[in-house]
Design a protein around this ligand. Structure first.
Ligand SMILES: [Fe+2]
Length: 240
């Protein structure tokens, strides 16, 4: 009798254990399915993030292209500056690479070379195209173009370093430049490079305020300015 009770109790335990086991297996399987769904959702979110990043980059590139279009339109209006930014960009890239700047950073310097005078779009025509010398007030207006240019490109996150170059391309080695009066190594290298190349291209192009200089004459003018208004090392790399 006692043996039968013991046996049926053991059987009842076994049944309970079995049903507990099955319940826990079912929960495990449910958990596995939930995990699989979570993994799939994570992968999808990751893909969305990648796609979004791509679209964002594409938009930034498109904005950069339209700014280039604006810069070209600005130059095309003036026979004296036509092609200036493209020449500055090409030379600036070469000097940057010669100075040991990594290719990606040299590209940013070249892009900044393309857009360095974009801020002139905000300068009144009467000042921008004036044939004679500018008055003090007109110079003050003209000197705003690096800041205006940096403000125009500021929304392009990928071009933050380029914006800095645009802002400082009229700083001078001896601190007499604008807008911030930076001197020597305080001036970002890209801005020092664009300044040298910008001067060279202005000297060798026909401008209302001077005749075209032969490349040799332009180089000796740059050498004279080295250590004063222009960075001596960048001038040396340029002359080489
Ligand atoms: Fe400029």
């Amino acid at each position: 009798m006692a043996g039968q009770v013991g046996l049926s109790q053991a059987l009842a335990y076994a049944r309970d254990l079995k049903s507990l086991y099955e319940t826990s297996r079912a929960r495990e399987r449910e958990l596995e399915r939930t995990q699989a769904r979570l993994r799939a959702a994570y992968q999808q979110a990751l893909q969305y993030a990648i796609d979004l990043r791509k679209s964002y980059r594409g938009l930034e590139q498109a904005s950069f292209q339209s700014l280039l279009g604006l810069a070209n339109a600005l130059e095309a209006k003036d026979v004296h500056t036509r092609g200036h930014s493209e020449r500055v960009a090409a030379l600036a890239r070469r000097i940057a690479l010669a100075a040991g700047v990594p290719p990606a950073a040299a590209d940013v310097i070249a892009q900044a070379g393309l857009l360095h005078d974009l801020g002139k779009i905000g300068i009144p025509e009467g000042v921008l195209r004036k044939a004679g010398p500018l008055s003090d007030e007109e110079w003050a207006v003209m000197r705003r173009h690096p800041i205006l240019g940096a403000q125009i490109v500021a929304p392009l996150e990928f071009f933050a370093e380029g914006a800095v170059i645009v802002r400082h391309h009229h700083e001078r080695h001896d601190g007499s430049g604008y807008p911030d009066g930076l001197r020597g190594a305080e001036i970002p290298l890209g801005a020092r490079i664009v300044a040298v190349v910008d001067s060279y291209d202005a000297l060798t192009s026909d401008r209302p305020y001077h005749d075209v200089h032969a490349p040799g004459v332009a180089l000796s003018i740059l050498r004279e300015e080295a250590g004063w208004t222009l960075d001596p090392e960048v001038v040396a790399a340029f002359v080489d």
